[in-house]
Ligand binder design. Structure first.
Ligand code: BG6
Ligand code: MG
Length: 230
């Protein structure tokens, strides 16, 4: 235990990172799965074939942009009114899925990682494109784990635009270059890089090749890895 304490102390002394900013869906909890299931249900209703590979394009982007990408995949055109109506229908299904979610569905090891970061004086924020982010973290009882929460209701431009991460950094009072973002979406990795931040991809190294580092699961990240970002 003593060795661990010394190791962590050294790591934190050696790192530039002052804040960690987490995406929510697919990083903290498996809600990315529920987004996929709800979009797939809508795609089926519209007679569009929709695979998990197609779904990668929807990750991280706003609800309405996701709807537009689904239309591109299906090669269909819709009026603004129908586009919004169908995006709302998908959202109602998504909300229905997440309302049945249990705190046990938080990815294992994620709250422990957040606690370890905070114990080392690293600020921790949440930046999610989802307009449901606050509801989700309340349902999971993790709303107090984050010093700052920025969601889809607070921004004009969704990921891959850097706006959400820049706003989170500003609220945390940390320079973008001293922030490390945890992201499972290609659009999210692009947003973090465009914000001038460090980025850890959560998922496949092929999919998230632009990230500075990629781990399969959020809990595979250890505090000592902060020293890699200098
Ligand atoms: C992101 C998800 O976190 O939020 C996207 O990765 C989703 O898949 C986006 O489309 C918007 O979510 P919501 O809940 O506002 O429809
Ligand atoms: Mg995500």
């Amino acid at each position: 235990m003593k060795k661990f304490e010394i190791e962590v102390k050294l790591t934190v002394d050696l790192t530039l990172i002052k804040a960690c900013i987490f995406d929510l869906d697919g990083v903290i909890v498996d809600t990315a799965r529920y987004h996929f299931l709800a979009w797939k249900r809508l795609a089926n209703e519209l007679g569009i074939e929709f695979t998990e590979t197609d779904n990668e394009r929807l990750k991280g982007v706003s609800r309405i942009r996701s709807m537009e990408i689904l239309m591109e995949i299906g090669g269909i055109a819709l009026s603004e009114h129908d586009k919004e109506k169908l995006a709302n229908k998908k959202n109602a299904w998504f909300v229905d899925y997440v309302e049945r979610m249990m705190p046990e569905e938080i990815f294992p090891g994620v709250t422990a990682l957040i606690h370890q970061l905070r114990e080392q004086g690293i600020k921790v924020g949440l930046a999610s494109s989802s307009k449901n982010a606050k509801t989700v973290i309340q349902l999971l009882h993790i709303q107090n784990e984050f010093e700052v929460v920025v969601d889809g209701n607070m921004i004009t431009h969704s990921k891959p635009d850097p706006e959400i991460f820049l706003l989170a950094a500003k609220k945390l009072n940390v320079a973008p270059k001293d922030c490390l973002v945890f992201e499972d979406a290609e659009a999210g990795v692009e947003a973090a890089l465009a914000a001038g931040m460090w980025c850890v991809g959560i998922g496949s190294p092929q999919q998230l090749s632009k990230a500075h580092k990629v781990v399969a699961r959020t809990s595979d990240f250890a505090v000592k890895m902060l020293a890699d970002f200098t």
